[in-house]
Design a protein around this ligand. Structure first.
Ligand code: PEP
Length: 252
């Protein structure tokens, strides 16, 4: 059975002090809720990964990285490898976030190599993708999403999918305050699950968690999460405040 997941992407926010404070606050939130088949993940910036992991130790909160390089080591100044993430005890990494695609030129081919490197290092992948506003306006959103999946992650064999979580994040809804309607999210998630069933089989499709991301807030989380193919959320802005992220965890 697929898990429900609430994941918080802290992006380039929070100093060490602020990160530890937020981690401690979230720890209390999570201790006071029943997490029925639900995972809670936070993704702080690289430099704070170890200390946040220490802060949440003993709680149900998991820690993920926001990105990684595709090589294990070498002359790649400023980069961090999957082997290094595994080495500090992490089990998950976000790949393909729209900000990585837009500002750092990460295309499908590069992401496919990062996907392989993550799996080689036994890291679960939270694979992000989603269409731009123009794609939706021109009714091309299903094609764009289909091709991001085909070119970025559908090369994996079916047994690798137990280590994959998908995050559908329409670019026009990220950090904009504008969110896909629960119906739009459900429609796309059902399309994605269908595509996985066609490409692999029913069991892979049924077992993969598909998260929605894009301006999820305490006020809209419950309705979005109530849709049958929406298995949780990848949260940006609202993950930076324990009160809001806690309310979103409770919504699921
Ligand atoms: C994100 O960056 O993944 C995201 C969904 O951000 P926000 O919740 O702020 O729209």
């Amino acid at each position: 059975m697929r898990s429900k997941i609430v994941a918080g992407n802290w992006k380039m926010n929070k100093t060490l002090k602020e990160s530890k404070e937020l981690a401690n606050e979230l720890k209390s939130v999570v201790e006071n809720v029943t997490l029925d088949n639900t995972r809670v993940i936070v993704a702080p910036t690289f430099v704070n990964l170890t200390r946040v992991s220490e802060a949440v130790e003993g709680s149900a909160i998991e820690v993920a990285a926001q990105n990684m390089h595709q090589a294990d080591s070498g002359a790649y100044t400023g980069e961090i490898s999957g082997e290094m993430l595994k080495g500090i005890g992490l089990n998950s990494v976000i790949l393909g976030h729209s900000e990585r695609r837009a500002y750092f030129g990460e295309d499908d081919a590069l992401l496919a190599s990062k996907v392989d490197a993550a799996l080689k290092n036994n890291l679960e992948i939270i694979f992000c993708f989603g269409e731009e506003l123009e794609d939706r306006k021109s009714d091309n959103h299903f094609n764009v999403v289909g091709s991001q999946l085909k070119n970025g992650i559908f090369h994996l064999p079916s047994d690798a999918w137990k280590n994959v979580v998908l995050a559908y994040e329409p670019v026009w809804a990220i950090g904009t305050g504008e969110t896909a309607s629960p119906e739009q999210a459900q429609e796309m998630h059902a399309f994605i699950r269908n595509l996985i069933e066609e490409t692999y089989n029913e069991s892979v499709a049924d077992n993969v968690s598909i998260l929605y991301g894009g301006s999820v807030k305490p006020g809209n989380a419950e309705e979005i999460f109530s849709k049958p193919d929406v298995d949780g959320g990848l949260i940006g802005g609202a993950a930076l405040k324990a009160e809001d992220f806690g309310a979103i965890i409770k919504a699921i």
